[in-house]
Write a protein that binds this ligand. Sequence first.
Ligand code: NAP
Length: 222
Amino acid sequence: MGGTFDPVHHGHLVSASEVMESFSLDEVIFVPTGEQPFKEHRRVTPAEHRYLMTVVATASNPRFTVSRMEIDRPGKSYTIDTLRELKRQLPGADLFFITGADVLPQILTWKDADELWSLAHFIGVTRPGHTLDRTGLPETGLSLLEVPAMAISSTDCRARVVDGKPVWYLVPDGVVQYIAKHGLYRPETARVDDVAERRGRAANEGTTARTALPPRAVGAGQ
Ligand code: NAP
């Protein structure tokens, strides 16, 4: 299961569990991205924090593990490299690559896209009401699964912390505590895109946010 996991939330965990059940998988390996090729200009929480939050979140499930392969591999994290490495580590295994359905239309632009389909079956987890434009995507080798719990999003979790709102029950308890202990997603460290999203939401709701927004310059250039 590939993702940025910034932070990992219950939507990811329910998705992994649902896919495991629907596709009769033996285990799910969570692979937090190291350096995502399309996020060079966006600020992402350091990989070690995202990795540790994912370890905390999955610790109680013996069929969930977390791999450091992308965060330890130098350079950009390409899914093709991850799948090739997993094939080497698990010879004979049938691999399934689980991720958000929003990501799938971009797959055609990923490194060695033609080879991806021969290494794994792709499963896109959709949020309720999401429709996927399958233009250019293959007829086989790709499945979608709607998971109502994916109404939770990492973006919203981060924005709630910026707002001083609780994230209890959206993310596992240990992750709530990890975020607090390390001061992640606080207004003073918030990502520019999260602040922009919050400003947008406040404008749409026609409300004035109760807590002070950090200046627009916070995180600039990340
Ligand atoms: P993202 O842009 O952070 O996320 C896009 C959408 O998909 C968000 O709505 C996100 O929700 C959802 N999502 C992401 N991972 C998910 C998961 N595991 N389960 C359910 N929903 C998920 O996407 P990303 O995390 O950067 O990339 C997703 C995967 O694609 C990663 O494994 C990444 O390495 C891979 N990727 C590979 C290439 C390449 O090889 N060239 C390029 C881009 C991405 P949340 O924010 O709530 O998670």
